[in-house]
Write a protein that binds this ligand. Structure first.
Ligand SMILES: [Zn+2]
Length: 246
């Protein structure tokens, strides 16, 4: 290989690396908080139902302990979990169902992978994911969703702008309660129990075999014990960054 060729290959490799670094840098994981009210602690519990089944440990604990929650459901999950949907619909004072997309595809409008999941990859595909999620909720007979949370909770800024135009606020979070449902029960309980006034907690309600679900219940009961109030996203004034709620 000539020195010149080697040099230009190096330059090429470098520019490819810069381009991918540029792409990686454009994704955002927005945060969401409740506006402080100054009258003791308030938190919002948000639970994702990405696909799969229902963690009845969590669902029963919420009903028994009267803990309100905002549930982000996909079209896939809605189809396979009619009994759980019926329980949620039977308690409209506890459960607010919102849009987690039609097929659980990340709302990122350029082709790439996020945590191993292929992104929607184009503006049209992001729009289809958002609208099919809303349509699935509408056909399940509830009020139309006002919030959207994309699979993986990461977005390209242009996708955020589009989702806002479609009429949805975007639900970030401030406490990652269960690390994608992959944490142990103890660590999950510790993280959730440590939530402070104004926090928005994210965890999962679709992994009944994971230890994390047990931790979600323990953490929530600890917060309740401390006198923390739980609200749904629609019951509070919420403040998100990256243009997600304003
Ligand atoms: Zn999800």
């Amino acid at each position: 290989m000539t020195g010149l060729l080697r040099k230009s290959l190096c330059a090429l490799a470098l520019s490819v690396a810069l381009v991918s670094a540029g792409h990686a840098a454009t994704l955002v994981e927005p945060t969401l908080h409740l506006k402080p009210r100054g009258d003791g602690g308030r938190v919002a519990l948000t639970l994702d139902a990405c696909g799969g089944k229902t963690d009845t440990r969590i669902l029963s604990a919420l009903v028994e302990n009267r803990i309100p929650a905002t549930i982000f459901v996909t079209g896939i999950w809605l189809k396979r979990n009619a009994a759980a949907v019926e329980i949620m619909r039977a308690h409209p004072d506890l459960f607010e169902l919102e849009n987690h997309g039609g097929r659980h595809i990340p709302a990122v409008d350029t082709p790439r992978k996020i945590y191993g999941i292929s992104a929607a990859g184009s503006p049209d595909a992001v729009q289809a994911e958002v609208e099919s999620g809303a349509a699935a909720l509408a056909s399940a007979g509830g009020p139309p969703p006002k919030w959207f949370r994309g699979a993986t909770a990461e977005y390209s800024p242009s996708a955020i702008a589009m989702i806002r135009k479609l009429g949805f606020k975007i639900a970030g979070f401030s406490v990652n309660g269960d690390g994608g449902s992959l944490l142990g029960a103890r660590e999950t309980a510790r993280r959730i129990a440590a939530a402070k006034d104004g926090d928005v907690i994210i965890a999962h309600i679709n992994q009944p075999t994971h230890a994390a679900g047990e931790g979600v219940v323990q953490g929530l009961l600890a917060l309740k014990q401390k006198g923390m109030t739980f609200v749904r996203l629609d019951d509070a004034e919420d403040v998100g960054n990256d243009g997600t709620t304003d």
